[in-house]
Design a protein around this ligand. Structure first.
Ligand code: MN3
Length: 239
């Protein structure tokens, strides 16, 4: 076992309260049938924690990235190790539990990774309005950028409990659609791909905005990185 793999096992073991991981680590080296595991890692945000001030405060950014997002990364690693352990042992009794945890933690890791990238410091790539092909599709599919913003803001503000507001591209009919997610995964729709997301869990805004989720969303538009959203759309278009 090489050093990085040992380090990963130590990290993953630290989050596995059930203790199921110790078995898979000892077995996975010899049991080829369980398959290799991906080591999911916490991506660094492309700016400093204080870069989105005054719209998103430094303490919120630091806790959100280094604690909350990190927990989803560790959780996803633990889930996949537990499922490998099930394959190694042949005991699939907890598969439903771990599969639900895979959706929650995998969704959390994916959406937070996108969330950091679709934001940029105000007046340094953040804010303003989209242009190019993205702007054309927004105007076409929502009537206007203003109407899109209102619908997206409303969808995000009206998420029941914790969740996300999402702008998706739907390749089937070449259309942009606004949807919600509860938690990180519920209300997921097939056949669409997210290109913009806003986290409306209370941990994303409560320190600065308390119960005023709509105020947070209004402020968040000032840090949207439209170049990144355009790049996300372009990556889904046939070239
Ligand atoms: Mn979050």
């Amino acid at each position: 076992m090489d050093t990085s793999r040992r380090d990963f096992f130590r990290v993953a073991g630290g989050v596995a309260a059930t203790g199921v991981l110790s078995g898979v680590f000892s077995q996975s080296a010899s049991a080829q049938s369980t398959g290799p595991l991906t080591k999911h890692e916490l991506p660094a945000p492309p700016y400093a924690y204080d870069a989105l001030e005054p719209y998103i405060d430094t303490t919120t950014m630091e806790l959100h990235h280094s604690k909350h997002h990190a927990a989803y990364v560790n959780g996803l690693n633990a889930v996949e190790a537990a499922l490998a352990q099930a394959r190694a042992s042949g005991d699939y009794a907890l598969t439903q539990y771990w599969t639900k945890r895979a959706a929650f933690n995998g969704g959390g890791h994916f959406l937070h990774s996108m969330f950091w990238k679709v934001m940029a410091p105000p007046n340094a790539g953040g804010g303003g309005e989209p242009s190019g092909e993205l702007r054309k599709k927004i105007d076409r599919d929502f009537g206007s950028f203003d109407a899109f913003k209102k619908q997206f803001s409303a969808a995000s503000a009206q998420v029941e409990g914790s969740g996300w507001g999402l702008l998706h591209y739907r390749p089937e009919d070449d259309r942009l659609v606004v949807l919600q997610a509860e938690d990180h995964h519920k209300l997921t729709v097939w056949g669409v791909w997210p290109i913009l997301c806003v986290d409306v869990w209370e941990h994303a805004y409560y320190l600065k905005y308390q119960n005023k989720r709509s105020d947070y969303i209004d402020a968040w538009w000032n840090v949207v990185n439209w170049d990144q959203v355009s790049a996300n759309l372009d990556a889904l278009q046939p070239s």
